[in-house]
Design a protein around this ligand. Sequence first.
Ligand SMILES: Nc1ncnc2c1ncn2[C@@H]1O[C@H](COP(=O)(O)OP(=O)(O)OP(=O)(O)O)[C@@H](O)[C@H]1O
Ligand SMILES: [Mg+2]
Length: 248
Amino acid sequence: MIDIRGLRKRFGEHTVFSGIDLTLARGEIIVVVGPSGTGKSTLLRCINFLEQPDGGQIRVGDLSFDISRVTREQILALRRRTAFVFQNYALFYNKTALENIAEGLIVVDRQPKARAYARAREILERIGLADKADAYPASLSGGQQQRIGIGRAMARNADVILFDEPTSSLDPQWVEEVLGLMKQLAADNQTMIVVTHEMQFARDVADRVIYMDGGEIVEQGPPSELFTRPQDARTQHFLRQVLAANPV
Ligand SMILES: Nc1ncnc2c1ncn2[C@@H]1O[C@H](COP(=O)(O)OP(=O)(O)OP(=O)(O)O)[C@@H](O)[C@H]1O
Ligand SMILES: [Mg+2]
């Protein structure tokens, strides 16, 4: 489903990563963990060209290209196959819940408005917010806003949804409803890459956990193995700290 080879990114003099390889099967759920500043967000953002990577190869489904020769059409095609859920929801505050979900369908996927709105209503049902169709984000709780952020991604039927710390801006009382929606997506076999420190979620849902440090994938494996028998000293140190704060 997704195959990334030798992905490179630097900001000025600072190399974030210089050769990330990552393969995902259809329906696979990957959780990425690692210390702050190690490049987790940059990796997700490079996968759908929110940041332009400097080199490497990307294949998503039947779309495959070398970054050094990528065309604008290929970038747009890649964006149609991917969806992103942001830490701070990134909703349009002057648009209703319904309009927020329909927007990507109209702008990115070029769907006719009537079809986009019908799809957005269907998604509002699925995320349990049908009664909030005409509500503006400011009148919704953080949990409801992030469910709309996830609904917007779901609506697009993307090959993969990329989640960048989807619960870390939420007040604690809203975390479970957002994780619950993500679990629902996982149960529907949605392919997902999730950056999160919610270790219980990782343990329950992830097929594979990746530990990134210093711009590299240091270690990866099923959560049952990585959490109980990490091999690398950096993974051991990180997991000791994070699991102490978020016991599973
Ligand atoms: N737009 C940017 N311009 C310059 N440097 C950047 C930019 N975005 C990220 N960086 C740098 O790239 C490195 C990786 O950042 P990134 O945000 O990917 O880390 P992260 O693993 O997601 O960290 P966190 O856990 O704090 O979210 C950091 O050193 C960061 O300062
Ligand atoms: Mg980040």
